[in-house]
Design a protein around this ligand. Sequence first.
Ligand code: GLA
Length: 743
Amino acid sequence: MNFNQRFESTVKDMKKGIIFSMAVACILGVQTAVAQRVVISTEKTSIVLDAPTGGDLNFAYYGEKISDKDADLLYDAGQAWQQAYPVYGLWCQREVALSVTHSDGNMTLQMKVQGVEKNGDVTRIKLKDTHYPFYIDVCYKTYPGKDVIETWAEYEHKEKGVVKLNQFASAYLPIRYGQVWISHLYGSWANEGKVEEEPLRHGMMEIKNKDGVRNSHTDHAEVMFSLDGKPQENTGRVIGAALCYSGNYKLRIDTDDSNYHHFFAGINEDNSQYNLKSGERFVTPALALTYSHEGLSGASRHFHRWARSHKIMHGTELRPILLNSWEGVYFDINEEGMDQMMKDISGMGGELFVMDDGWFGVKYQRNNDSYALGDWTVDTKKLPHGIQGLIDTAKKYGIKFGIWIEPEMTNSKSELYEKHPEYIIEATNREPVKGRGGTQLVLDLSNPKVQDLVFHIVDTLLTKYPELYYIKWDANAPVMNHGSQYLTKDRQSHLYIEYHRGFEKVCQRIRAKYPKVIIQACASGGGRANYGVLPYFDEFWVSDDTDALQRIYMQWGTSYFFPSVAMASHISAAPNHQTFRTIPLKFRIDVAMSGRLGMEIQPKNMTDKEKALCKQAISEYKQIRPIVQQGDIYRLLSPYEKLGCASMMYVKPDKSEAVFYWWKTETFVNQQLPRIPMAGLDPHKNYRVKELHSIDQKPLAFEGKVFSGAFLMANGLEMPVEHDLPWHERIDYSSRVLYLVAE
Ligand code: GLA
């Protein structure tokens, strides 16, 4: 049968299925309906499925919201047949979402619709195998007022033995073949979130992670598909997809001889075959989908709005401006030093001080990264008045206090490891491979006792010091050894999955007891930027690289999927500690101000003039904070275009205020830079323009002037290429932050 014959016969089957489904009513409990066409819509988007009872579950459409009438005519419009959740065994040649080995060795599935349940915002399509007592629920969830649809699968069986899950993707999405480009984030430690975009070509593209603990250093489990050729920021149809998972993942895009790109996303099954017991339920993580015809930025805005309201802890609240001690003092923690840093950040208008690594360890002192993880007792040689002493000092300076921990880890040189060697991840009959500092080991979170331990680390700190306002939760090692001392022999392949189930259980316990504390997900920098952890964490550390120029590129990519309220972005020293580049303070401030502003610097080494500039910027950031942290993003000119500058804006949803950022990304004499039209404003409103913390000798020509939104969006404003400074103070970089207020 060729493709057309297959298509026609399937359409016939489908029509039969509809008639069949109209004749047979099956009872599945609350609000069960006879299943046929299922339209799942948000305000601006729709997914359409065909779910004829007793027939195949077919995927008909994803995109711009469509009417029921158009949904009924999809097949007449020429829509091809696709299984909504392809399974292995019959029609073997295709890529699938699920493949299993039944208890009797049979490797096939043939799933038919039993019915559709709608419960609130969740639509559940219930499938059953034609022969085996094997069941799949394909689920879709919408959120009121948000243009994101989550989809995932749940499996269960009542076979006599174990069913092996060989492949178990969360979801499948067919995307019509055409001028489809993918944008995805690749990178490395200190180089996270780099954008790569390319047309989808024939063959299989795979994006994956196998770290075991941190899943977003190298590649990201989020992608954008631009349907109309090379990705544009503010025009063109885009589908965005984000896998909400903290562990190993795999995204596959198979472009075959059909008219579709076949997109699969889910847990990475490599070395993770899952033995599903009779009666046990396996729930895959959700894949969040969005669609926009307003380009990449449009899809980002959908993700950001959904995430702030539903997927990031305290996502709709504003974040304090902090100083973190790491790049200022590294492991050299002592009371006097902490006091001075707190005084300095308070003097600059900061609101929180975070003491990073180096404060703990009794038998083994944490003077470098080889010792004491797991021994979360304060080192009183460094801090004679303990944590409470530091909290009191913070109070004296009118700021809050936060602390660094790395609770999933230990060192072989630690009291914890000496007492509980059975808590670490290691393979039987093997010496464990160790990580950071030559001694770091990962605790086995599949073990409930380890889950208790990790919970108690946080619980003890927060009960002993209820005024602790912020926790920086780090994770600086991958799973290096495949072996659990807790899991039984037949469940060793569950390690990666059980680790993240254990991790999530701990997070849930912490949040049940401590809903207010701010927690940052740090994982050797940006290793935990994902929607698996963010429901429990307030923010993530974008990267250990704080170089402002490189951050423009990293934050640009990261903002495709994550809102600035969650993107920790700090002003650091010059020369920078990672790139050794010397960037003027003004530019460092202007980049940090486009995210969740903080400082990562030794204020003692700053001049009074530098402190004064930071003080001014911090005070102005407080003014624009609601727009930056809660506004709509409009990326204007990408640094990846290499046109010499980059620019973006945040606009308040009611379009009454906006912040415009412009950064020069390279410097040449007499260079020519493009003039950048703005976006997202109200064309009918008039905006007064004010430059924030200007360092020029004279105000810019447009300072204080009022322009229509229409003019600004059609023309933009001409940015002077250089800062107007006295000769001996001139600098190579230039940047501008403009605050626009509607009159
Ligand atoms: C990791 C983090 C840093 C810092 C150090 C402390 O590398 O990413 O920000 O906290 O650990 O050891």
